[in-house]
Design a protein around this ligand. Structure first.
Ligand code: BYC
Length: 325
């Protein structure tokens, strides 16, 4: 056993194996669960897919907050469906992570202990109905910008999960924009509410793409492995370029006095978010960080009887099968 472990660790460093693996990636082949992969590739995928799954699950909380207060039955039904979709995304992603040899329970424990992160954006509160518009338009918009390229990521189960997720996210983004259109063209009070939501969600949405390229720890290796297809700054720029004309169409102002089309670059110039705030949120000091983790811990504790019941049922079934053999 020990000899086997040493052998397998050595093979991890085997330059020939590593080169052949990289060649497969460079040739655009998909890596599948039973294929050989470097330990770093496996661990990074678990970190990224797990963090992504946790984001989908925690992401239900700020929107779930408004289901009971949606302004019409139709809006309530749409929001309910969207929040359910997010739960589904979390489940596809946990399944993709499980193909890498980690259990969903373990991932959940790592989230609850604070070892694993979830997206910084979900540590901000949703204070008004217009926030449902801003979340759909900006947060789902940023998520799609990041996730469309991930449909071509090198790990097969992750890439396939992303195809389905992206289809649903694009519906989410449109429903958010639809709320913003109604609010922006409504009464003066509604327009103000829409502007206030944009003011509060703009910079946190820019932060979703991660730190600037100069401070990104994982980008270089993950892009070589095609776990990540673009740098954080590339995607942030694309997001600003897409969103600025949409804000103009809504007649709303992006809260950035430096936002300006740059003819020479063919892109908008814009202000960076406050990176001290970003890192502080990552350390667990976001406005809703404590509340979010309390909600997840409560859900885990409240669900203990279901897990126990299922495990007892499975054990009983197994005992019956063994006795019959
Ligand atoms: N929040 O080296 P870097 C959604 C961490 S949307 C928290 O650039 P990487 C949804 C990063 O983990 C969101 N942490 O990292 C939408 C690393 O720390 P660790 C989910 C962040 O991984 C609507 C450190 O900062 N989407 O699901 O190359 C409704 C250095 O960063 C954040 C995904 O997860 C952040 N914003 O790039 C419901 C997409 N940014 O782990 C749900 C997949 C960075 O070393 N993920 N960090 O301790 C990715 O594409 C990449 O993981 C990221 C970061 C672009 C997010």
């Amino acid at each position: 056993m020990y000899a086997q472990m040493i052998k397998s660790e050595k093979s991890q460093d085997d330059p020939e194996k590593l080169a052949a693996f990289q060649q497969r990636i460079d040739d655009g082949e998909k890596i599948e669960p039973k294929d050989w992969m470097p330990e770093g590739y496996r661990k990074t995928l678990i970190r990224q897919i797990g963090q992504h799954a946790h984001s989908e699950i925690v992401g239900q909380l700020p929107e779930g907050n408004w289901i009971t207060r949606a302004p019409t039955l139709e809006r309530k039904a749409i929001l309910l469906a969207k929040v359910q979709d997010e739960a589904g995304h979390g489940l596809y992603l946990y399944c993709a992570a499980e193909t890498l040899g980690v259990s969903r329970d373990q991932l959940t424990r790592d989230l609850l202990s604070g070892k694993m992160k979830y997206s910084s954006i979900f540590n901000y509160p949703t204070l008004t109905w217009a926030d449902m518009g801003a979340v759909g338009w900006l947060v789902d918009g940023a998520a799609i910008m990041n996730q469309v390229p991930l449909q071509r990521t090198s790990y097969g189960p992750y890439a396939r999960a992303m195809v389905r997720i992206c289809k649903e996210e694009s519906f989410h983004q449109r429903q958010g924009f639809d709320i913003m259109m109604k609010m922006a063209n409504g009464t003066e009070a509604q327009r103000k509410m829409a502007q206030d939501a944009l003011n509060r969600f703009w910079y946190p949405s820019l932060m979703m793409f991660g730190p600037s390229d100069a401070n990104s720890v994982h980008s270089e290796q993950n892009m070589a492995w095609k776990i990540k297809m673009n740098t954080n700054d590339e995607l942030r720029q694309k997001f600003v370029d897409q969103t600025a004309p949409q804000a103009a169409f809504l007649g709303l102002n992006i809260p950035d006095e430096h936002l300006k089309w740059n003819e020479e670059r063919g892109h908008y110039d814009f202000s960076e978010p406050d990176w001290d705030e970003f890192f502080d949120v990552l350390r667990g000091n976001g406005p809703c960080s404590v509340e979010r983790m309390e909600a997840r811990n409560k859900a885990w504790d409240d669900g203990a009887w279901v897990r126990d019941g299922l495990m007892a049922h499975a054990a009983k079934k197994k005992a019956r099968r063994v006795a019959a053999e």
